[in-house]
Every structure is written in C-alpha cells, then in structure tokens.
Design a protein around this ligand. Structure first.
Ligand SMILES: [Zn+2]
Length: 301
C-alpha cells in the first residue's frame, strides 16, 4: 500500500507548473534537498520512481544529461546522476551554488531562483519531493524536510517563515530536520505546493478522528459513572455482610432488609435501577437514604 508521502508525491508528480519559470525552481529544490553535489557529479537519490521520473523530465528541459542507476542495498534507491562537466558547471552557475571565494560548492538558496512568487511555491514543492516526508495522518501529524547542510536549512527556514509557515528544527543523526506536527500547518503546506488531494485526505482523516475522539470521551464519562456505582456498591455490600455476620439481617426493619437483599443480589446496579425493583418503586434518593442507614447501623456494631 502507498504511504501518505508517496500518495502526496504521486499527486505532485502528475502536475506540471503553469509558468515555465517555475521549472528550474522546482528542479533546484529537488537537487539541493535530494542530491549530493560535487564539481564532478550530481547524484540525486530517491526511493520513489515518480520522483525520479519528475527529476529526469525537469533536467531534460534544461538539456541536462542524466544517467539512471539503482543501488544494490536493501533500500533499492533510484539514483539519477549528472556527470557531464559542462552540464554540472552550467547547473551550478544557474543554481548560484559556487562560492566565489573558494570556488567550492555551497548549499544555499540563491535569491535569483525564488524571485517570483510562483517560483517560491515551485521551489518548496521541489524541496519536499527531494527531502520531505509526511506521515500518514491516521497515525500522527508530522511533515518534515531534511538536509545535512546548515546554510541550506537556514535559508529554507527563512523562506518558509516568509511564506507564513511555522516550522521547528531538530537535529537527527547530524542532519537538520525542519518539521511541523500541527495539522493546520501541514494542511496549508500541502495546498501551498499544490497537493490538494492530499490536503483533502488529511482534512477528512482529521474529521474522522474528531468524531471518534468525541465518541471516546462520552464512553469515558459513562465508565467513570460506572466506577462510582461499583465503589458505592462495594461499601453497601461490606456493611450488609457485617450486619448479617454480627446480628443477622432479620434484625433490620422490613424496608432496610428488603433493600439489603436486593443490593446483595444486584451488585453492579445503580441506585436508580435498584429502586425500580422495589414494590412500590422508590427513587434514587429514597434508596440512598435506606442504604445510608444500613451503613450507619453497621458502623455502630
Ligand atoms: Zn515561476
């Protein structure tokens, strides 16, 4: 069965950008968050075939040659590798990731890529495709985007904050994890990147959960009342047994003896239910009054 992440990514993979300017922004997000970039090669890794296909489609629009391989380890990840030197230097320049002082790769988000509002969305979508996961909302609310690079993490957190999203940061296995556990933030995020079906699915699950929770709450209240009934009943029974052992139930008045016998025979009944067994029936407070008297008598013994 598809995970919720796969479901979301599959929806995104089917949708193309409405503006062509967004293609590079999306590719950049995927590359920065899903690749290992050196001056010799750009190695994009994913476990998702759809994401791989999307990456290759976008790269192809910029005439970048991509070779595909598969890792032999258990994760069976797909690899898309760019190894042509000209392609790499062209990409690195367009991405703005060459440090002018050292000539080395720096993982940062260049303002040039995200200058249009539409491209911000495309970049965030690419980042999610490359390094994001969202847990099945039936289990928990959690969406996260991971990178080992501090600069990239800081730039992305900035970008998300400017776009109105509140994300938190935690370190996991020396990686920076940007995450949110708030369902409203996940909802908005999914719609921001164009995953409307995933957003609807999350909303539906949330409603289901709320109905379930309110049902559970009412059951809990009933069982709390039930516990009270049992506690009281235990007290009554102890008192009645003490009386029987010490003086015998025949020493009680008819009214009290009647309720004592009913109580012993119906240990889990509420006072109201006990009262209905009497002839003529007696209300809750009447039953309570008689049982209180029984407790008083047992205490005096
Ligand atoms: Zn755009």
């Amino acid at each position: 069965m598809k995970s919720f992440s796969e479901f979301t990514k599959n929806e995104l993979f089917k949708k193309d950008n409405s503006n062509s300017c967004c293609d590079f922004a999306e590719l950049s997000g995927m590359m920065l968050f899903g690749s290992n970039i050196t001056l010799k090669r750009i190695r994009f890794a994913t476990e998702n075939e759809d994401v791989l296909e999307r990456y290759i489609t976008l790269a192809d629009r910029f005439d970048v040659k991509v070779g595909v391989a598969r890792t032999s380890d258990l994760s069976s990840r797909c690899l898309a590798v760019v190894s042509d030197k000209d392609d790499i230097s062209r990409l690195a320049e367009k991405l703005g990731i060459i440090d002018s002082a050292t000539g080395l790769i720096k993982y940062r988000i260049s303002d040039e890529i995200i200058k249009n509002e539409c491209c911000v969305r495309a970049f965030v979508k690419g980042a999610f495709l490359g390094g994001g996961t969202v847990i099945d909302p039936k289990k928990a609310y959690n969406l996260e985007i991971i990178t080992p690079y501090m600069g990239l993490h800081n730039d992305f957190l900035d970008l998300l904050t400017k776009s109105g999203f509140e994300f938190k940061t935690v370190m996991r296995k020396s990686k920076y994890v940007l995450y949110t556990k708030r369902s409203e933030v996940i909802e908005d995020f999914l719609s921001f990147i164009g995953a409307f079906n995933a957003q609807m699915e999350l909303i539906n699950i949330k409603i289901d959960k709320e109905i379930h929770n309110s049902f559970n709450r009412s059951i809990n209240i009933e069982s709390a009342n039930y516990d009270k009934t049992i506690d009281a009943s235990v007290k009554h029974i102890k008192a009645i047994e003490k009386i029987e052992n010490k003086i015998g139930l025949d020493e009680l008045t008819t009214d009290l003896k009647e309720i004592a016998i009913l109580r012993l025979a119906n240990k889990s009944m509420s006072l109201q239910e006990l009262g209905k067994l009497l002839n003529p029936p007696l209300g809750k407070s009447g039953v309570n009054h008689r049982l209180k008297k029984i407790i008083e008598i047992s205490e005096s013994l």
